[in-house]
Design a binder for this molecule. Structure first.
Ligand SMILES: C[S@@+](CC[C@H](N)C(=O)[O-])C[C@H]1O[C@@H](n2cnc3c(N)ncnc32)[C@H](O)[C@@H]1O
Length: 272
């Protein structure tokens, strides 16, 4: 494990350095290089993030619906310790912090973290930006109630190792949310092949299931919309209420606001 960092004693919004020793983690491709540009960090959310999910699902899923589902599936988050892995400009981190979570927002890219801190200050929410690597998370074991991973899986050189790290930092009843782009159909495959040259990968749900299982995470629910998959896993260790559940049936439509904060254990019981 890399050195641990809790952001304690740091100025609000200051970027905590949690980088692992050089050469101890697998490197990224061209995508990692582009992510290091300030321009990418500034343009990412307004130009791409708010449109990407709609484009990839041909309108079947929107970013607004994605965030509603994120809150519903990870509820309750008020007072919870949350880690956003590969936070970019911090869309998930801000959304969860606005609901009362204590959020650490981790990314390899310093410009992205600076942008995440800027947007958090703009929105009046508090988060702790941490520069670090998903393959060697700079946190102690059993540190977080919830880990969220939005499309970072598509950029990781060794997802199996990152999954093991996520399981390590989760508390016994912790849960992990993933959103990622899966392998496209025949029409999208040439574009994905091109993106593969830049270091992007497009896993199948079965790939994630396998990495998660090896890490001790059990599937709770998953939904697929076009090329986008969202999935929730729980740590099997010491959490029978999580371990007994199975993936939910298909898409249930947008989550009504009044149902957003329902009790996690009760919800799993209802579904079981
Ligand atoms: C597709 S973006 C994620 C978007 C963000 N989660 C969201 O929902 O808007 C991928 C992010 O993961 C970061 N990243 C890629 N590889 C990483 C690694 N090994 N460790 C930490 N961050 C990484 C990149 O710098 C980039 O900001």
């Amino acid at each position: 494990m890399a050195g641990t960092s809790d952001g304690v004693g740091e100025a609000p919004g200051a970027i905590v350095d949690g980088r692992p020793p050089r050469g101890s983690v697998p490197g990224g491709g061209a995508a990692a290089w582009v992510n290091g540009w300030r321009l990418t960090a500034r343009a990412y959310e307004p130009l791409w993030r708010h449109r990407s999910v709609g484009l990839l699902t041909r309108g079947a899923f929107s970013t607004a619906r994605e965030l509603e589902t994120l809150l519903a599936w990870t509820a309750p988050v008020r007072g919870a310790e949350v880690l956003d892995v590969g936070c970019s400009a911090g869309l998930y981190a801000r959304t969860l912090a606005a609901e009362g979570a204590n959020v650490h927002a981790l990314d390899a890219s310093r410009p992205f973290l600076a942008e995440a801190a800027r947007l958090a200050a703009r929105d009046g929410v508090r988060l702790t930006p941490v520069q670090g690597d998903a393959h060697a998370l700079p946190f102690a074991d059993d540190r977080f109630d919830v880990v969220v991973v939005g499309a970072t899986l598509n950029e990781l050189a060794d997802p199996r190792r990152a999954l093991a790290e996520i399981a390590r930092v989760l508390r016994p009843a912790g849960r992990a949310w993933f959103m990622y782009a899966r392998r496209a159909g025949p029409l999208g495959r040439p574009l994905q092949a091109l993106m593969g040259w830049g270091g992007l990968r497009f896993p199948e749900p079965a790939d994630l299931d396998g990495w998660a299982r090896d890490a001790g995470l059990v599937p709770i629910r998953a939904e697929e919309r076009g090329a986008v998959v969202i999935a929730l896993y729980g740590l099997g260790r010491g959490a029978p209420d999580v371990a007994v559940t199975s993936p939910s049936p298909g898409w249930e439509g947008p989550t009504p606001r009044r149902n957003r904060r329902f009790n996690w254990e009760r919800r799993l019981d209802d579904e079981g």
